[in-house]
Write a protein that binds this ligand. Structure first.
Ligand SMILES: Nc1ncnc2c1ncn2[C@@H]1O[C@H](COP(=O)(O)OP(=O)(O)OP(=O)(O)O)[C@@H](O)[C@H]1O
Length: 281
């Protein structure tokens, strides 16, 4: 699926009054099938708002989202939610659905109103749990799994409708490093093997380097920039948007290249000989 945003602008309204801040201004980009876009920007910059506008959960004040050269508004909601999977930020659930039941809910566009899920719906749910590596947890309650497992289940819930685009809002936040990697590798695999395009909000520069073909950086009054990851993610641009100096670090080991950025403010005046890389465990 080709997804484009043309001249997207968005204002929140309160009591029919337009609030002063413009959380998305002149958003323009094109995402081809299988490509990954990362959205980066400071807290409150409007990243979640932008994801909601892109998917039609909020209406652009001006501009539009275009899907395969047709305005998004020309598709029925049912058709749209078969093609777009939205993974919100994971919050602990206070109700006791099993992961299998949670994932079956993602089949809603295929289940007619008042009908019970079919055998096919259950199989699709188990297959989606398998794809994200947690089929063994199918019968566990949402209350009994970890934040990372719940996040994977929310991704599985979108996969059961065979989406062509996945929209993920900070899917790796609150997770330990190992779980973050599972999520990032799952997203990359879905894009490479199934040609699913992804738009992902993240606060981690190294995650954008690992995943993204393109980056959209946004910062309220600081404007917005969209382009290839390596062109957008420079030290000077990070300073402009985040107001701090970040040092770009590129590390090569055999055929692996690691790119990341660390805040200069966290540097310490220490002798390098005091640093230890490994230790007998
Ligand atoms: N329904 C609403 N009505 C008015 N203002 C809102 C509403 N929802 C969010 N906002 C405001 O819009 C701004 C952008 O919020 P948003 O959640 O999009 O930012 P974000 O970049 O995703 O932030 P974070 O990185 O902290 O998750 C915030 O200042 C927020 O207070």
């Amino acid at each position: 699926m080709k997804l484009e945003v043309r001249n997207g602008n968005f204002h929140y309204m309160k009591r029919k009054q337009t609030l002063p801040n413009l959380y998305a201004k002149n958003v323009n980009f094109t995402l081809e099938a299988g490509e990954i876009l990362s959205i980066l920007g400071p807290n409150g910059a409007g990243k979640t708002t932008m994801l909601k506008c892109i998917t039609g959960l909020l209406d652009w004040t001006e501009g539009e989202t275009i899907i395969d050269d047709q305005p998004m508004t020309s598709y029925s909601k049912k058709e749209l939610w078969k093609r777009i999977g939205y993974v919100p930020q994971a919050h602990k659930m206070t109700f006791g659905y099993s992961l299998e039941e949670l994932v079956i809910m993602g089949r809603a566009p295929y289940i007619s109103t008042l009908a019970q899920p079919s055998k096919k719906d259950k199989e699709a749910a188990l297959e989606a749990l398998d794809t994200v590596g947690i089929r063994h947890l199918a019968h566990k309650s949402c209350n009994e799994v970890s934040g990372g497992e719940l996040q994977l289940a929310l991704i599985a819930r979108t996969l059961v409708s065979n989406p062509e685009v996945l929209i993920l809002d900070e899917p790796e936040s609150h997770l330990d490093i190992q779980k973050q990697i599972v999520i990032l590798q799952t997203i990359r695999r879905l894009s490479e093997e199934k040609g699913i395009s992804c738009i992902i909000n993240t606060h981690y520069p190294n995650h954008a380097f690992y995943l993204a073909d393109h980056v959209l950086m946004t910062g309220k009054d600081k404007g917005l920039v969209f382009g290839p990851t390596n062109e957008v993610m420079t030290e000077s641009r990070m300073k402009h948007f985040f107001g701090i100096e970040l040092k770009k670090i590129i590390f090569e080991e055999e055929d692996l290249l690691l790119e990341t950025m660390v805040p200069r403010a966290l540097g310490l005046r220490r002798d390098i000989s005091t640093c230890k890389f490994n230790e007998e465990i």
